[in-house]
Design a protein around this ligand. Structure first.
Ligand code: IMP
Length: 199
């Protein structure tokens, strides 16, 4: 059985990505949990050496929990393209380069998949809730869809403007934040986390 977060707990959000922070905060705060960001605590951004999302989420959450003495929640996520064998995947952030410019990352995806008939893609989010004593719980969510070109819409972040989720015609860049918040890979991982670990 999963370890549960104590009612009224303070939770560190172990991410330095403003788009992710916005989405995670909106998922967590309705549950009466007070959140504090890793950046506000001056915590460093750890390396992400694991070959999978769950492993990196665990590294980030445990680093923040141990450094802060509080439970910490981390997301490791990425954009996976079928025609690219699942790339960029765990290195999705790196494809944007040091300037974190996702128009560069999206152009690379489009360039590398341009000749492919299969435009399918998916987002994955692994959420890890970790405690200072080293205990950790990890949950994974996924949303499937297709890549479109050119990118469309100014909502969301990262690869959102080139991703149309299955059943929709608009990209996550065009769909409302509330829609993404209810249907995304992160929302799906969070629903499992909430059921297992939140009162
Ligand atoms: P990391 O988890 O910090 O390694 O970064 C994950 C990267 O995947 C982000 O910087 C985004 O580029 C991409 N990504 C993850 N989730 C989303 C999403 O919901 N929309 C768009 N891009 C995402």
């Amino acid at each position: 059985m999963a370890r549960r977060l104590a009612p009224g707990a303070r939770l560190v959000l172990a991410s330095h990505n403003p788009g992710k922070l916005r989405e995670i905060e909106a998922l967590v705060t309705p549950h009466g949990v007070a959140v504090i960001s890793a950046a506000a605590l001056g915590l460093p951004e750890p390396e992400e050496p694991a070959p999978d999302f769950a492993g990196n989420a665990r590294i980030k959450a445990l680093a923040a929990a141990v450094a802060s003495g509080l439970p910490a929640l981390a997301d490791d996520s990425g954009f996976c393209v079928a025609a690219l064998g699942g790339a960029p995947g765990v290195v999705s952030a790196r494809w944007a380069g040091p300037g974190k410019d996702f128009s560069v990352a999206m152009e690379r995806v489009q360039r590398e998949m341009a000749a492919a008939a299969d435009r399918s893609a998916w987002f994955v989010s692994a959420l890890c809730l970790a405690w200072p004593d080293g205990h950790a719980e990890v949950f994974e969510g996924r949303v499937d869809g297709v890549c479109v070109w050119p990118p469309r819409g100014g909502q969301g972040f990262g690869y959102d403007p080139m991703f149309v989720p299955d059943g929709e015609t608009q990209t996550y860049g065009e769909l409302s934040p509330a829609f993404k918040q209810a249907t995304s890979h992160r929302a799906r991982a969070f629903a499992q986390l909430m059921a297992a670990c939140f009162d």
